[in-house]
Design a protein. Structure first.
Length: 322
């Protein structure tokens, strides 16, 4: 109850201002500080000690109370300094599949001569990661955020905070870095078998498993032709390898939206197409992708995999129908 009220109050007092630049320097006006719950208890204890010392004229009580008050003031200064003047830059977020977590990298640079300790980074104030930043050094903080749906995921407002050294004060600064992560559709499990490859003499058939010039070996996949297995290498290394050839391919594999059952809705189709992309990539095949209003040309390798999965992640059924 208290935490929810505090979060609402903070959101009302500190309205989002839009995305910052790629580099943020935490000047004095960007760092806020307030006592924590422990800080309020500490202040209450001090007040009780001072009142008791006045009532009973305890000189040692005054000395102890003032020493503790000085300690509290110093703790406030050190908590603020632990966060002030840090330089924050955005990192890159690798694409992920829906249902997993996207990891956003934030680089924290300390140009001062003293280390910064227990620097926390959070998005929802519930889960946080903590890093130490040595003097004249930079440390990356990797924050995981759930990615439940495909598309573009932005982390929104992040909070950089610290309670160091005594936990009596909470100093924080808001970060609104322009970062995003591409979330691919969750691959269907189990997926449907790959569609049959069609023979073609078009330009798309010139890439893939040709049969003219030997270009190398790859790991054997179920379904590879026995004629292409490197039996000598298998006898020597006891590992099945498949020969790859450059030149014209025998067939081309199109992963087509229209090949899926009509009863599948949009997300089911995208999920099965994502599975097909992964299976075709694992098999080392040349393949292309056909979506309503968009086509990804034939290709192979990691680049083709990323192109197809990105097209699936960003597919907009409204625009395709328009």
């Amino acid at each position: 109850m208290y935490a929810a009220l505090k979060n609402r109050l903070y959101d009302w007092l500190f309205q989002p201002r839009g995305s910052d630049s790629s580099v943020i320097v935490l000047g004095q006006r960007r760092v806020y500080i307030l006592p924590t719950q422990q800080g309020f208890i500490f202040a209450l204890v001090l007040m009780t000690m001072i009142i008791g010392s006045i009532n009973y004229t305890l000189g040692l009580g005054f000395i102890l109370a003032f020493l503790l008050a000085a300690l509290g003031v110093n703790a406030m200064i050190y908590t603020f300094r632990n966060l002030a003047h840090l330089k924050v830059t955005r990192g890159r977020a690798q694409p992920v599949f829906a249902g997993s977590s996207a990891f956003f990298s934030v680089h924290i640079e300390n140009g001062g001569g003293s280390g910064r300790h227990a620097i926390g980074l959070t998005q929802d104030r519930k889960q946080a990661i903590f890093v130490d930043v040595p003097a004249h050094a930079a440390t990356p903080a990797l924050l995981g955020i759930p990615a439940p749906r495909r598309g573009i995921l932005r982390p929104g407002r992040l909070t950089l905070f610290t309670r160091y050294p005594l936990g009596l004060y909470y100093a924080w600064a808001y970060l609104e870095l322009d970062m995003q992560c591409i979330v691919y559709p969750h691959p269907a499990t189990p997926g449907m078998p790959l569609p049959a490859a069609a023979t073609s003499s078009g330009a798309g058939a010139e890439r893939g498993s040709g049969q003219e010039d030997f270009s190398g070996l790859r790991q054997y996949h179920a379904g590879d032709s026995p004629r292409h297995i490197a039996w000598k290498a298998a006898a020597r290394d006891q590992v099945l390898l498949t020969k790859q050839f450059s030149g014209r391919a025998e067939s081309e594999l199109w992963l087509d939206w229209a090949q899926l059952p009509q009863q599948f809705d949009t997300e089911e189709r995208l999920s099965h197409l994502a599975r097909w992309v992964l299976d075709a990539h694992a098999a080392g095949l040349a393949y292309g992708l056909r979506l309503p209003g968009e086509t990804v040309d034939m290709g192979t390798g990691e680049t083709q995999r990323e192109r197809c999965l990105e097209a699936l992640a960003l597919f907009d059924p409204v625009k395709s129908n328009g």
